[in-house]
Design a protein around this ligand. Structure first.
Ligand SMILES: Cc1cc2nc3c(=O)[nH]c(=O)nc-3n(C[C@H](O)[C@H](O)[C@H](O)COP(=O)(O)OP(=O)(O)OC[C@H]3O[C@@H](n4cnc5c(N)ncnc54)[C@H](O)[C@@H]3O)c2cc1C
Length: 323
């Protein structure tokens, strides 16, 4: 047992014993680490994001083939997305629970407003609490498939800021939110969107994870805008490695992120998906290195339930010794 002043490492997180209570096993088992505290460490906080697999067999494959490879990279936490319409809630929460209990990894659940009344959101938060979940990424969510605009559920929330306020009024969960260095696709003015992001922090959000981007100047401008607005919480870049040319062009188009011309040119010279993947490793390594040099406290990798690219990137960055 640590004595005052000792340090202990849990889930890759260095904690003083002053804060040890927060790390003791929750009533339901597992570890409890508040993500905002991780970003106060001197070394970069690396996190990965999963989406819940479609069925039980794929979930087992994820835990057998992917989680051990990611765990070897010593992430501070893993976050698990919440499917449009909340259809994946049960599986998303179960994966968070399994990561925490079975794998000894801190994990964060995403939660959206889609398809939920206030009472539904309250019940879902109770469920999260009962599982000992400590960290939530509070989102509005995208419109369901086939619908062009987001329509709030009657009796539910219209914007993520309303969900943030609701969570913070109810209990002490640590809450993060999404941010958009190039502006959110629905918002005609990116500075207005950034002001709305600042409003989520004013409502109680303790950290921001950004949408994927490859234009580093867009991130610097966004971060600068937030800082001028008085936002002091960590702003964590979201990094997406490439799978294929088709995939990265589609993803960037969907979320309004610009692929720099030199990256597009280099992609044209790639003969197959594997060379595009390797190009993505180079591009993301360079982007991450510049962001770390700039002083970001962490990097959040959209790993798309795969290990190789993120392993190569964190090794290139010297964040994990090569084995
Ligand atoms: C890190 C990250 C993780 C994500 N995880 C998921 C996930 O698990 N599941 C999922 O379905 N989606 C996820 N998304 C996608 C996200 O749900 C969509 O981008 C969604 O369209 C917006 O969500 P938001 O929380 O940013 O919404 P908001 O912050 O509510 O913003 C949505 C739009 O409303 C505008 N707006 C905000 N406040 C106001 C206001 N007061 N008045 C008028 N307009 C306003 C904003 O400018 C923006 O255009 C994720 C995105 C990121 C960046």
């Amino acid at each position: 047992m640590a004595t005052p002043g000792d340090y202990c490492t849990i889930a890759g997180c260095l904690a003083t014993s002053d804060t040890l209570d927060a790390y003791l096993p929750a009533a339901t088992g597992g570890i409890r680490v508040r993500i905002p505290e991780m970003y106060a460490r001197s070394e970069p906080t690396i996190s990965f994001e999963f989406f819940p697999p479609k069925n039980d067999a794929a979930e087992e494959a994820l835990f057998r083939d992917v989680v051990p490879g990611l765990k070897a990279l010593n992430p501070a936490y893993i976050s698990v997305t919440y499917g449009a319409g909340g259809g994946t809630r049960e599986r998303s929460f179960r994966i968070v629970d399994r990561l925490r209990r079975e794998c000894g990894l801190e994990a964060m659940a995403h939660l959206t407003c889609v398809g939920s009344t206030r009472a539904d959101s309250a019940a879902i938060l109770e469920e999260a609490r009962a599982l000992g979940i400590e960290n939530i990424l509070a989102l509005r969510g995208d419109p369901p498939k086939g619908e062009a605009t987001f329509r709030p559920t009657p009796g539910g929330f219209r914007h993520a800021v309303d969900l943030v306020r609701f969570i913070k009024e109810r209990d002490g969960l640590a809450v993060g939110v999404a941010g958009y260095p190039e502006g959110h696709v629905e918002c005609p003015d990116r500075r207005l969107d950034w002001d709305r992001c600042a409003a989520k922090v004013e409502a109680g959000a303790e950290f921001i994870i950004t949408q994927l981007f490859y234009d580093i100047d867009a991130f610097f401008e966004y971060e600068d805008h937030l800082r001028r607005r008085g936002v002091r919480v960590p702003v964590i870049p979201g990094i997406l490695p490439f799978l294929s040319a088709e995939q990265i062009k589609r993803f960037t188009k969907l979320c309004g992120a610009r692929l720099p011309d030199d990256v597009l040119r280099r992609m044209e010279d790639c003969g197959d998906d594997e060379s595009v993947r390797r190009l993505g490793v180079e591009v993301c390594t360079e982007l991450s290195r510049r962001l770390l040099d700039h002083g970001v406290p962490g990097l959040h990798f959209y790993c798309l339930n795969r290990v190789p690219s993120v392993r190569e990137i964190v090794h290139n960055l010297g964040l994990v010794p090569v084995r």
